[in-house]
Design a protein around this ligand. Sequence first.
Ligand code: UD1
Length: 422
Amino acid sequence: MDSILVTGNGPLNGQIPIAGAKNACLTLMPATLLSEEPLTLTNAPRLSDIKTMTALLQSLGAEVSSLQDGQVIAMSSHSLTSQTADYDIVRKMRASNLVLGPLLARFGQAVVSLPGGCAIGARPMDLHVEGLEALGAEVELKDGYLHAKAPGGLKGAVHQMRFASVGATENIVMAATLAKGTTVLKNAAREPEIVDLVECLRKMGAQISGEGTPTIEIQGVDRLHGATHQVVTDRIELGTYMLAPAICGGEVELLGGRMSLVESFAAKLDAAGVSVSETEGGLKVARKNGRVRAVDVVTEPFPGFPTDLQAQMMALMCTAEGTSVLEERIFENRFMHAPELVRMGAQIEVHGGTATVTGVERLKGAPVMATDLRASVSLILAGLAAEGETTVSRVYHLDRGYEHVVRKLEGVGAKIERIKGQ
Ligand code: UD1
């Protein structure tokens, strides 16, 4: 298994290009199942999660080609052969559940294994199921699989979600595009990836309004057609690399970044004493003198502070002046990076969903282990700011969500290399 060796070596300066969003791409790809005409995505990120989704779509009989070094994904679902998403693929990645809504809408049936994914909590699918049932589906759990049917087709309905789940919103919106009549989805999630999905569905002929607000209205249509769509910038990759100069000092421009994607996160950086400004090409982040100040963070659905940046923010707080409290409200088990950061000299106490971090002047390099996707990159950030060498093992987690990490960080002056495993 590969590992990553990081040697802390001072301020970072230069530019980092930000890729298309993993989480947007993972919901845009299943949208191909809604139409028999081709769907092409540009600005796709090169990640193992995208390969997993490719394999899943191919297992359903879709044609999926990766072009231009993986940045373009050309898909066609004109002759699908299966409506079953197998456990073997779904267990690798929770986002596999996003084929449920589209398959059900187009074929009136779908069988989808309950997902696996990051070990950061229970992550059930009840909210997906409730929404699809509101549209007239019958859903049954048998042998670890959800069996969904809508023999007479789905029918539009008014549905209020109990919690603004990102994946459930995506599944319900995709399903409703081909339902008969109007669906009004209340307490919908507002993440930029959902806005991106709706923009793509609209290009495919769907009639949708209200995306980016808590109420999304979908007028069902008989069929959707082909489209080409550019994947939105990855706000989590953006936020992660914004933290690199914040934790090491220096000045880095994040190419393709936009403030509207990371407003609440940028506000926390500002409060910590890190400057964030818009440039023609993206966002510029600078920390010139002294340590950052401790700030408190509560994770919330968009537009609140993203749970997917909590681990990385904790790495920054480990070297801040003062004590910060990080409260995780989205996932119940998302502090697995804390004991690893403690191995590097961090002072962290975790009680339930709250971590209290007292900053130290300097972290110390150590061998640490990545436990999930965002935890893995938080350890790399900590390593960049630590004295000496840090080896992060189990980097396959990292490959799920960050393309060319070594190249991107080397480009701004970091000492980082990938060590090939036996
Ligand atoms: C998506 C993102 C993930 C991010 C998360 C929250 C993708 C591929 N993944 O995941 O990176 O961390 O949003 O921003 O886009 N829940 C239920 N029942 C359900 C569905 C969810 O209880 O049916 C709970 C989950 O256990 C979790 C919370 O709701 O505690 C948020 O989950 P959700 O918004 O659905 O996240 P995902 O779509 O899985």
